[in-house]
Ligand binder design. Structure first.
Ligand SMILES: C[S@@+](CC[C@H](N)C(=O)[O-])C[C@H]1O[C@@H](n2cnc3c(N)ncnc32)[C@H](O)[C@@H]1O
Length: 213
């Protein structure tokens, strides 16, 4: 249960969820059973709405995991648009490719295996939409590269900025202390970034939304 919204509000919002299709259900079940962190369905739906609103031609995702959001974005892209997604773990890429094939959206997705910190400086063309969802200790450096790669008026979405509620809590369990510190430091940088109109929304695990100006 979320520690971000009151349980009653969370339950109320959840009661409006439309039935996901079989593939999304299978992916969510796989993630649950294998303890793979994937984006919450609320945040995934929010990203789908943004994709529909801004119709990006080029999308970059950092942290593919099993390609749950990659597929959801790809399905909502217009004909000539593409998503590039970077994943460091070779093991999970095998599963991501299986799901991408099942989804039948392989022609819209380029999966790049590697550490975003070495891949991103080599990317030449800019993006209209960037989704950052990797390890929290790398957020600051990946965000810096993202700002270089994001077009003017481009949109960036960043997950986990409320970090299960701990970002705003005075009581943080010891195994969350370091990651919470990283998130708090990052949030300050994100909100104070001069060429970005940014905000943190209580959707899913806390979504950072920024528009480059
Ligand atoms: C929270 S999961 C991503 C979930 C996925 N975006 C989704 O929406 O379902 C984070 C992923 O980022 C990957 N990752 C972490 N640090 C990375 C890095 N520096 N470069 C590329 N991938 C990274 C991890 O291996 C993990 O699979």
């Amino acid at each position: 249960m979320s520690k971000i919204l009151y349980p009653a509000q969370q339950k109320y919002i959840d009661s409006f969820r439309r039935e996901p299709d079989e593939l999304l259900k299978e992916m969510e079940e796989y993630a649950r059973e294998n303890k793979v962190p994937i984006l919450s369905w609320q945040s995934a739906e929010f990203i789908e709405q943004i994709i529909t609103m801004i119709d990006p031609k080029r999308v970059l995702e950092i942290g593919t995991a099993i390609a749950y959001t990659t597929i959801r974005i790809a399905r909502n892209l217009s004909k000539k648009s593409v998503i590039h997604t970077i994943e460091i773990s070779g093991d999970i890429i095998v599963k991501a490719n299986e799901f991408i094939e099942k989804a039948g959206v392989g022609d819209k997705i380029k999966l790049i295996e590697g550490d975003a910190l070495t891949v991103m400086p080599r990317l030449k063309k800019k993006y209209d939409f960037i989704f950052l969802d990797a390890d929290k200790e790398d957020y600051k450096r990946i965000f810096d590269y993202s700002m270089v790669l994001l077009k003017k008026n481009g949109v960036i979405v960043i997950d986990n900025l409320l970090w299960q509620g701990y970002a705003a809590s005075s009581r943080v369990p010891s195994d969350y202390k370091t990651s919470t510190k990283h998130i708090r430091e990052f949030n300050k940088i994100f909100i104070e970034q001069p060429n970005l109109k940014s905000t943190i929304l209580p959707i899913g695990d806390g979504i950072g939304l920024g528009v480059k100006v």
